[in-house]
Design a binder for this molecule. Structure first.
Ligand code: ZN
Length: 135
């Protein structure tokens, strides 16, 4: 895998409205975008820090994966996303190593990126995402 950097860290929050002031007023980061990803039943707020982004995730549905995560584990770090030039290659390598994939093929995520997830049961509890720039 040719991972280049941490593209973003996903953080599950109950409310963007309550979480954003901490990132802006205390940490001094600027929320540059709020985007809804209907596919994943989340509303996301983005902050940049160096090459990496912080992606706050608020569920838009009680059945969404982020709502379920918060119910089980509370608010907090939800996933780590690595930047790569080929999500497809990363998935092929992970599959060859016998890891459990959530996505068998890349799909569209927030910010127009192509993304795919590995299952946290195969990765010592860390939901792992690969991201590549879309065309
Ligand atoms: Zn993500």
């Amino acid at each position: 895998m040719d991972l280049t950097h941490i593209e973003h860290i996903g953080i599950a929050v109950k409310s963007l409205e309550e979480a954003i002031p901490y990132y802006e007023n205390v940490l001094g980061l600027k929320c540059y975008k709020i985007e809804e990803v209907a596919d994943q039943k989340v509303k996301t707020a983005f902050f940049r820090i160096g090459e990496t982004k912080i992606e706050l995730l608020e569920s838009t549905s009680p059945e969404g994966p982020v709502a379920q995560f918060i119910e089980k584990r509370g608010e907090g770090v939800h996933h780590i996303a690595f930047a790569t030039s080929s999500v497809k290659d990363c998935l092929a390598k992970a599959e060859a190593e016998g890891l459990r994939l959530i996505d068998k093929a890349p799909r569209k995520g927030a910010e127009g990126l192509n993304i795919a997830f590995l299952h946290p049961k195969s990765t010592m509890g860390v939901l792992t995402e690969f991201c590549e720039k879309g065309e």
